[in-house]
Ligand binder design. Structure first.
Ligand code: GLN
Length: 181
C-alpha cells in the first residue's frame, strides 16, 4: 500500500529483477533520471559493473539525489528503501551503509559459482555469485540475514539491504518479498 517501487535501469541485470517483481504481482517503474527518483519508496540497484554505474549516476546527476534519499530522512522521517544486489551492494557501501566490501572478493578461481546458503529467515536458499563482492566487515547495527561459509552474504541495516549473490537469477522471490514487506 502506498508503495512506489523502482528498479535503477541504467546498467546491469535489470530484466531479472523485473521478472521477480512481476511474479510477485507488484507494480514498478524503471528509473533512468533524477526526476524518476522523486516519488519512490523503494529502489532496487541491480548487479552489473559498479564503476560504470557510479560513472553514469554521476553523469546523469542522479548520484547526489540518490545518496541524499538513502541517507537523509525526508518527509515523515522516511528514507528511501534500497535493495542492492552485487554491484548494487558495492554502491550501498558508498551510500553510507556500514559495511566494508571487497570488489571481486571471491578471487579469480571462484569468479562465479552457485552455493547452498545458510539462513534462519530463508531456508533452503541457493546463491548465484558472479564476480561477487565480499563483505569483509560490518558495523554492529548491521544484521546478518544469510551466510555462506560463515561469511555474511545478505546484510540489512535500517532501510538498506545488500546481497553479494543474485536471488533474481535463481528465480528466488523471498528476498524481494522481505524487502517489500
Ligand atoms: N564485479 C562487479 C563489480 O565490481 C560486480 C559483479 C556483479 O554485479 N555481478 O562491480
Amino acid at each position: 500500500m502506498g508503495q512506489n517501487i523502482g528498479i535503477l535501469a541504467i546498467q546491469g541485470s535489470i530484466i531479472e529483477h523485473e521478472k521477480i517483481l512481476q511474479k510477485l504481482h507488484v507494480d514498478y517503474s524503471l528509473v533512468r533520471s533524477k526526476e524518476q527518483l522523486q516519488n519512490l519508496t523503494h529502489i532496487i540497484i541491480p548487479g552489473g559493473e559498479s564503476t560504470t554505474m557510479t560513472k553514469l549516476l554521476k553523469d546523469f546527476d542522479m548520484w547526489d539525489v540518490l545518496n541524499e534519499k538513502i541517507s537523509v530522512p525526508s518527509g515523515k522521517n522516511k528514507k528511501l528503501k534500497v535493495f542492492g544486489t552485487c554491484a548494487g551492494a558495492i554502491l550501498l557501501s558508498k551510500f553510507g551503509m556500514d559495511i566494508k566490501v571487497e570488489r571481486n572478493g571471491y578471487g579469480a578461481q571462484l569468479d562465479s559459482f552457485s552455493a547452498d546458503l545458510v539462513s534462519k529467515q530463508f531456508p533452503n536458499l541457493k546463491g548465484i555469485f558472479i564476480r561477487a563482492p565480499r563483505f569483509t566487515s560490518h558495523g554492529s547495527d548491521v544484521k546478518v540475514l544469510v551466510t555462506h561459509d560463515n561469511e555474511p552474504v545478505l546484510l540489512e541495516q535500517e532501510n538498506m539491504l545488500a546481497s553479494s549473490f543474485h536471488p533474481e537469477l535463481a528465480h528466488e522471490t523471498r528476498i524481494h518479498e522481505w524487502f517489500l514487506k
